[in-house]
Ligand binder design. Sequence first.
Ligand SMILES: [Zn+2]
Length: 350
Amino acid sequence: MRFGNQVDVPTLVRVKEGALDRVGIYLRRAGLNQVAVLQSQGLVSPLPQRLRTGLRNEQIQLACWEEVVANDMESAIHTFTLLPSKVNAILGVGGGKALDVAKYVATLARLPYLAVPTSLSNDGFCSPQSSLTIAGRRRSLPAAIPYGLVIDTEVCRQAPHELTLSGVGDLVSKFTAVRDWKLSFHETGELVDDFAALLSDGSVHAFLSHPTLDQYGMRLLATALMMNGTAMAMCGSSRPASGSEHLISHALDQLLPHPRLHGIQVGVAAYLISLLQGENSSTISRLFEATGFWDHVAKDPFPRDRWIEAVSLAESIKPGYYTVLSSRDVLPEVEQLLTNDPHLQRAIRA
Ligand SMILES: [Zn+2]
């Protein structure tokens, strides 16, 4: 049995306005001068140009620069096999797909990986997993946590508002995930890693102290999402960042003809779960009010029948993963909440 944790954490962390232009400086200081850049398809101008100029100014050699089109395992392996041997760092730039592929390629190549997210839509940029598709099915594969994280808060603030709200939704799910973890401890004896739970929970409170999406708020949101990813790596489990609210979102991915952004689904599910758990619902709701999350979801509400189905399906998605959904038949309560709770009425409609 292993006691205590030893874990890799990102050591180069820059979260500030203008950080994108300074990636070359950070690489040069770290002695990483031959990089492969994997960039999201269609990354908006002038972001790629700004990155390129910054790298050139510091004499960082570009061994290759590729647009990531698909996040399937085959493409990731193909990219890995084509990596020039002189490469000594991988840079992932943009959104989810490119960062997932870049992280996985870096893991295969055992090279330091720098994540440069251009939006804050979920905690995946710093998690110890890559979400890739294998034979058409989405899988979470183990991957090394990034060596470096460079988050330009102004770039992320300029990203579509919905992406940031998705990040807020993914963030609050830590309340319900940690609560599910503790429930599991009481019911099944599954040990809670207190430090990982605290790190995950505490990061949300930092953002709650300033729930505004200005420069400072973006910095708090970015740091909080990073802490969540690190908390998962720390305990070797997704428990600190993913509970029953994530299971419902996975079920919605299967049931909705057009699933919404991960954090939008997870956020609404986290609020619903917090009501079933009897904790944190007013805190989550206040944060959603302050950031405009509720208003955004109300513009295009979810279909009620699919939500009921998703809640019924959720528990079977990860057998043996004890959550509040395993504790009792929650469906009658959920139906009542969807009818009577003013926020859920707006977010989920018949
Ligand atoms: Zn998530």
